[in-house]
Design a protein around this ligand. Structure first.
Ligand SMILES: Nc1ncnc2c1ncn2[C@@H]1O[C@H](COP(=O)(O)OP(=O)(O)OP(=O)(O)O)[C@@H](O)[C@H]1O
Ligand SMILES: [Mg+2]
Length: 194
């Protein structure tokens, strides 16, 4: 039984402006298209990205000028068993600013803690990131900036009899072609046949 592994990386730098929040969300969503996440999975990830980017804009740079770096890494492992293919995906998203930094990270991560209650902030950002991702790390130093590293694992099990294995093997994990048809198309194809 054949096992395969692949990795893909992306880095994006943009100005700390609220109009770039949707750019960050969409960039991550489209980077992950190839693993065909569910609507719920992609919405969770987009929400977590939004919260971290908003924090960099609002708190890190106090709505002033600055740069935000977004890094994404995707590692996929495919395991073949007798009747199924399992694709385990491991997503790492890093959002970094060079803003004011956080003095007390533990306190900042407490639900409902905010340093900007006067601006109708509710202190829910880190809570959402933790709810929607499997792991959230915060690295920060006052005066130097903040980096939030989030991880999420996604897993898909595909019944072999729902697709032609030759189709699957040649299209899914072999990225010799620049264009992958991805699981979504495979599922559509299997649906058409059923
Ligand atoms: N990138 C950052 N730079 C500096 N401080 C930050 C950063 N991210 C978070 N913080 C600090 O952590 C606190 C908690 O962040 P969190 O996102 O949980 O809540 P909030 O942004 O205050 O409110 P909400 O996200 O609900 O609008 C913030 O109030 C701020 O003091
Ligand atoms: Mg926030």
């Amino acid at each position: 039984m054949e096992n395969k592994s692949k990795e893909n990386n992306m880095t994006l730098e943009f100005d700390a402006k609220s109009e770039n929040e949707s750019l960050a969300r969409i960039a991550v969503a489209s980077f992950l298209t190839e693993i065909d996440p569910t609507v719920e999975e992609i919405n969770d990830i987009k929400t977590a990205v939004s919260e971290a980017v908003t924090n960099s804009i609002v708190h890190g740079y106090n709505e002033g000028p600055g740069k935000i770096t977004l890094k994404c890494k995707l590692v996929c492992n495919q395991y073949e068993k007798q009747d199924t293919y399992t694709v385990s995906s491991f997503i790492t998203i890093e959002i970094k600013d060079l803003g004011v930094g956080i003095t007390n990270i533990e306190k900042a991560r407490e639900p409902l803690f905010t340093t900007k209650p006067e601006f109708e902030r509710s202190g829910m950002g880190f809570m959402f990131m933790e709810m929607f991702m499997n792991k959230v790390d915060v690295i920060s130093e006052p005066g130097k900036g903040t980096t939030v590293i989030m991880e999420k694992k996604l897993k898909k099990v595909i019944e072999k009899n729902s697709i032609k294995s030759s189709q699957y093997n040649s299209k899914l994990m072999n990225h010799t072609n620049s264009k992958s048809i991805g699981l979504v198309n495979l599922k559509e194809k299997s649906g058409q046949r059923a």
